[in-house]
Design a protein around this ligand. Sequence first.
Ligand SMILES: Nc1ncnc2c1ncn2[C@@H]1O[C@H](COP(=O)(O)OP(=O)(O)OP(=O)(O)O)[C@@H](O)[C@H]1O
Ligand SMILES: [Mg+2]
Length: 471
Amino acid sequence: MHRLPDGRLPERSETNAPSGAAQDALTAQTGTPSPAVTPSNPSSRSDTTANDLFDSVLKYTTELFRGTREILRESYIPSRLPHREHQIRQVAEVLAPALQGTLPSNLLIYGKIGTGKTAVVAQVRNDIQRRTDLSSLLTFVTVNCGNIDTPYSLLQTIGNAFASKETDRIPTGWSLDRVQVAMRNLMDARGGMTILILDEIDRLVARSGDGVLYTLSQLNTELDKARMAIIGISNDLKFTNSLDARVRSRLNEEKILFPPYDATQLQDILRDRAREVFREGVIDAGVIERCAAYAALENGDARRALALLRLAAEMAERDRAKRITSDHVVKAKSRLEQDLIIDCCRTLPPHCKVLLYAILQAFERRRTGVLTGDVYDGYTRLSQRLGLQPLHARSISNYLSELESLGLIRATIVSRGRGGRTREIVVDVPISETIPALEDDPLLASLAKPRGRNQMLLTNFDNPSRAAPPF
Ligand SMILES: Nc1ncnc2c1ncn2[C@@H]1O[C@H](COP(=O)(O)OP(=O)(O)OP(=O)(O)O)[C@@H](O)[C@H]1O
Ligand SMILES: [Mg+2]
């Protein structure tokens, strides 16, 4: 589990702060973080010391990495996609008619997260685009629907991809009909064929229904000179069930399923990447296998496998180690899970955050499972303290199910004799990390109290055996 609510694995945020290794090095030398990380007098001695330290950190880093570590990031497009040859061929076959000036069929691509859907489509698109003689006839427009809030912004984004000058661009604030007409006109002015790639199309439908897909899927009947085919990419296998039958049959002309990777396939993917990014001999035997095995258990997600390898390398740097070992992978795994849990908690709706906070508090106090009645009482008290109108018990029950499906809590039915049955809840996250993460939210900030080290509790999450707590 432990994914963001949208099922994706978050990229760790990039900042200008020094890396863990750099910060550790600074702290190790001076006892406190170096003044060099704050504005300082360039001629001061501390700056020179900091520069020496930075030099040593940079020198150290190059012992593990051959080139840029960006190669392990999601944004990097690898030159080869092992174990996706068949899918690359299938996508290429669907798009091949475009090379001869014929409009390809619409295509839907399904597969669980991290199975290479986006990467494969990007590679086929790049291969076609490299044939520059076609560029005047064929336009690719790629939209990640995860970043699109409304049908308006989708049509605007598509239309603006055809705007050759600033004055042609569709602004905000028009009616949806007007945007639609402007988009059509811009496409017709360019003419030729367009392949519209709607990545994460299921999120568009979940957010704004299928109305805009209806518009797009019948656009060819309204365009004069231009023609458009749609490639939809989804990790929700059932998302077409919610579509209007006409939209479904138009989009579903061709369909390709991406199966999850198994552990051996993930090893090949990781080895390929490791060869590009690391110096020879810096990875211990078993490291790649372990990253692959963990990710194979998580639905065969290549993104997760790569994130584990990247974090393991960061852990090795932090230890100032000359090699990446299996221990670094173990540390990376727990770090990745914590990061994911914390990001997941941060994106919960407000009342769900209060509910989770109430559960964590109760669990921290009692160190045993908490009954739903007590959870509801705790939630109500906290809401009142925060000036919120508590939600009805039924909504809280739905939120409990959501927290359970996100893997943040586990609920078991317990019999209460004559009192009937109720649910007993245990926490499946590290309390010591999750409570402060929730308190970062301005909504819950007033609940924060100074927390000493001795308040760090072992939870199921911290216990590798994940045994049920004694009730
Ligand atoms: N066969 C492969 N070879 C090399 N790298 C791969 C392969 N498959 C996936 N990856 C890498 O794994 C990461 C995730 O792949 P990608 O984004 O294509 O997954 P996806 O199926 O689109 O996932 P999601 O449904 O979450 O969007 C990317 O960094 C990608 O480069
Ligand atoms: Mg994708």
